[in-house]
Ligand binder design. Sequence first.
Ligand SMILES: Nc1ncnc2c1ncn2[C@@H]1O[C@H](COP(=O)(O)OP(=O)(O)OP(=O)(O)O)[C@@H](O)[C@H]1O
Ligand SMILES: [Mg+2]
Length: 207
Amino acid sequence: MEPWTIGAESTIYRLEQWGRIVLLKHRPQKPYLLKAIDEFLRTSRTSRECKMLTVARNLGVPTPMVYWVDMHRHYIAMEYIQGKQLKQLVAELAADRLQKITCKFGKLIGLLHRGGVVHGDPTTSNVIVNQKGDIWLVDFGLAEMNATVEMKGVDLHLMKRAFETTHWDHEEIMWSAALDGYRTIHSDETENVFSRVEEIRERGRYH
Ligand SMILES: Nc1ncnc2c1ncn2[C@@H]1O[C@H](COP(=O)(O)OP(=O)(O)OP(=O)(O)O)[C@@H](O)[C@H]1O
Ligand SMILES: [Mg+2]
């Protein structure tokens, strides 16, 4: 079968099963890794992704539904979300729409964090936007539970870095919209997380 898209660590197929479109995410072997390590990483990320897609949804974050998983062959079959990557939309969206959608993105990260979860790779290619402007988060293979303030700070820092490197011409509006969204999710830790992001940036500057 022809892959639908090839990511950094996975090959994605789209197929029809039981009358619906299913997205199949496969983590293939990486020839340059030691076999035992590769096997361990593929299994643990597949298992983590499956679990965290559901944990996130229980926190109120829209994620694709998991249909089935094959842990030995490293496949996850999940709901196909009809839409586009936020990454592809940034350049063509009007400023107010971009602001609204990025604000929602920040809000979803805030919901995860309040629930003790970090996404691990909060870039704009892992956000799917439909026609109506509803958004979903995908790619939970690096997500973690029991997150500390440091882990949350790193998560937001990664988001900011993604805006800087991929959307440098919209960076300011996106970062401030994301923080506004994040702030709407009230948590005792919010201010600590924000100052930690600053600290992490400072650390980066001198190393
Ligand atoms: N359930 C889904 N519905 C629709 N599109 C999806 C779904 N899951 C993934 N995609 C699309 O496929 C792309 C790659 O998926 P994903 O990010 O999970 O894999 P990855 O190998 O980690 O990719 P990368 O390394 O490029 O981040 C996503 O950016 C998204 O555009
Ligand atoms: Mg991805």
